[in-house]
Structure formats: structure tokens, C-alpha cells
Unconditional design. Structure first.
Length: 327
């Protein structure tokens, strides 16, 4: 028996709408054959991989699929809403939306060590997912957005796909329709399935979300400053035609304040750090040379619109010596 976790050498690279359509037809047949009348559960984060798997399964088995979207409160602005709009409303999926913001932020209160923060987020995610799936009857299958680099990586040590992963000891059979695909192929399939570009070409986003960009112990007000400044940055990059051209860009709010002045009065507020990098596989990265005029505009908007911020900094450090994220 061939190892189903090994990509056959004969497998064609999926890089045209026709090849994507053929892959979709093939997988629909394979999913139906595997699942039969069974019920399937999927943790839908809104990332490219789980979104493509959701869209494929909806096409293949419709309401036999149940998606759970856990909002851990560390999502970017508008992202959970997009999951609800695209999958719940447009595609008519069985979607369970859990706003677990308070649970996560309560657990994270006062936790400043980066690894500890990741552990808390990962453990809480599994707890919420377990609780919700226990309420469902007759689930026999768990769908996952595993892609080929995850399989290659897990032969070493699975780095950090998903927020901490899903429970390992589940009694479900796995459904992993895109496990032999590379990222660009998953995007090609997503496009052919009709998912919006903002989902298909989404920049890499860490499982622990904005949590690792709210440096140190997370507070609600500083997290809001991360979210709002990130939204402005993304909006301005899109308006300047940089969306999809710069590999990863985001804002970070460190846990210190400095003096400023607004309307003749002294302020004592946080800085926002802008990070914009190019990379191929995240092992190294160079800094994007953003035009000064754009940096000025973003600075003006962030200091004018984001509460608690009086300064904007631009990080000029490549990876290495810095990492892409701050934690
Ligand atoms: P670093 O900061 O190590 O990041 O240079 C490399 C890439 O990995 C992403 N990243 C993560 N992704 N969970 C994830 O799913 C994580 O905990 C995590 N930490 C970093 C980061 O955004 C970058 O693309």
C-alpha cells in the first residue's frame, strides 16, 4: 500500500483553474466515499487552509458538515465576521460561532511570558473546542486543514500550525482533503471554489493571533490598539496597491509608554511599531522599503485614530537578527 502521506512524484502542480476544478471533483468523490452518511466536524479559523477545506466539504456533503469557529478575541478586525458572512450566510454552512473572548482574556490576564501565553491560548482553544463538540451527536469524522508542508514539518517537530493544535486523542476519523498540496495550490483551489481574495490571499497570521503582537501581559485596551492600528495599516497598504505584494505586515504595541503632546496637553501613551517584511518561507526575511509618504500617512492616521497611542515607529530589522514576530 502506498503511504497516503507522501505526495506521488507524478502528481501535477495545481496552478490553473482547470487543474483546480479537476482536483475539486476528485476530492468531492473521495470525501463522499470516505464519509458516506457520516457527520463531519471542522475547526474553522478563517485561515486559508481551513477555509478551503470547509468550502470543499460544503460542496461534497453540505449539512453533514458542522463548522466551529472559536473567536479567541485575538483575531484581526472583521475576521470573525467574515467567517460568519462567507460560510454561515453565503455558503449556508452549519456554523457554530463561539465568542470566547472573555474566557481567553481572563486566562491571559497577567501572563507575560511569550511561551506561557502560547500555552494558555492553545490549552484554552482545545478546552472550548472539546466542550462544543461534546454537545454534538453522532460526529464520526474530524476534518483538518493539514497541508503538505505540515506533513513534511511534522516529520521533524510540528512547528506551530493551528493555535496549539487540536486534541490528539479524539475518536474521530480524519478527513484531510488538501494534505498533499502546497500553499500556492491551496490558494488556487480556494480561488476556484469562489472564496473571496481577502481569504485566499491572506497573509500569514500566527495561531495565537494578535496575542503575540500585544507584547507582554495582554490588556484589553492595548489589544484594541493593536487591532485598530493593524486595520489602518492593512487599509493603507491595500489603498497603495501593496496588498499581496508585501509578504507580511502588521503592527505591534509594546508594553511601555512615552510622553507626547495633543492639543497643547501632555500625553503619556504607547507607541505603535510597524513591521513589513518579505520572505519566501519565513526562515529569513528582509524589510520592505515603504515609501516615506505612505509611512507619514499611516503615522498620521494611527496617532489620530487609535486610542492610547502617541508615537509610530518603523522596524528596520531583517530576520536574522530579529524574528518576524516580537514574541
Ligand atoms: P518568527 O517570528 O519566528 O515567525 O520569525 C515566522 C513565521 O511564523 C509565524 N508565527 C506563528 N505562526 N503560530 C503560528 O501559527 C505561532 O505561534 C507563530 N509564531 C510565529 C509568523 O507570523 C511568521 O510568518
Amino acid at each position: 500500500m502506498p503511504d497516503t502521506n507522501v505526495r506521488p512524484e507524478s502528481m501535477q502542480r495545481i496552478n490553473t483553474p482547470e487543474l483546480a476544478a479537476a482536483f475539486i471533483d476528485e476530492q468531492i468523490a473521495a470525501i463522499r466515499a470516505q464519509v458516506g452518511e457520516g457527520k463531519v466536524l471542522l475547526a474553522l479559523s478563517g485561515g486559508v487552509d481551513s477555509s478551503v477545506v470547509a468550502a470543499l466539504l460544503i460542496k461534497a456533503i453540505g449539512n453533514q458538515l458542522t463548522c466551529i469557529h472559536v473567536n479567541h478575541g485575538l483575531m484581526r478586525k472583521g475576521e470573525s465576521q467574515q467567517v460568519i458572512d462567507v460560510f454561515g450566510k453565503e455558503l449556508g454552512a452549519n456554523l457554530i460561532y463561539i465568542d470566547a473572548t472573555d474566557r481567553f482574556l481572563d486566562k491571559l490576564a497577567g501572563v507575560s511570558d511569550p511561551e506561557q501565553k502560547r500555552k494558555v491560548i492553545g490549552a484554552e482553544f482545545i478546552r472550548v473546542f472539546d466542550e462544543e463538540s461534546a454537545k454534538l451527536n453522532g460526529i464520526g469524522f474530524l476534518a483538518q486543514g493539514t497541508i503538505y508542508p505540515d506533513i513534511l514539518e511534522s516529520k521533524g517537530l510540528k512547528a506551530h500550525h493551528n493555535v496549539g493544535g487540536l486534541p490528539e486523542d479524539v475518536n474521530f476519523q480524519l478527513v484531510e482533503p488538501v494534505k498533499l498540496l502546497f500553499k500556492d495550490e491551496v490558494r488556487c483551489v480556494g480561488k476556484a471554489l469562489g472564496l473571496p481574495d481577502s481569504m485566499v490571499y491572506r497573509q500569514p497570521f500566527p495561531g495565537p493571533g494578535l496575542g503575540v503582537r500585544c507584547v507582554g501581559a495582554i490588556t484589553r485596551d492595548r489589544l484594541e490598539a493593536v487591532r485598530e492600528s493593524d486595520a489602518i495599516l492593512r487599509e493603507e497598504f491595500a489603498a497603495a496597491g501593496l496588498q499581496g505584494k508585501v509578504w507580511q505586515y502588521f503592527t505591534v504595541v509594546p508594553d511601555f509608554k512615552s510622553t507626547g503632546i495633543t492639543d497643547g496637553k501632555r500625553t503619556f501613551d504607547w507607541p505603535v511599531i510597524i513591521r513589513a517584511v518579505n520572505s519566501v518561507d519565513a526562515t529569513s526575511a528582509t524589510v520592505e522599503e515603504i515609501p516615506y509618504a505612505l509611512l507619514h500617512k499611516i503615522t498620521q492616521r494611527i496617532t489620530g485614530e487609535v486610542k492610547g497611542v502617541n508615537r509610530v515607529l518603523y522596524d528596520l530589522t531583517p530576520k536574522a537578527p530579529a524574528t518576524i514576530e516580537y514574541e
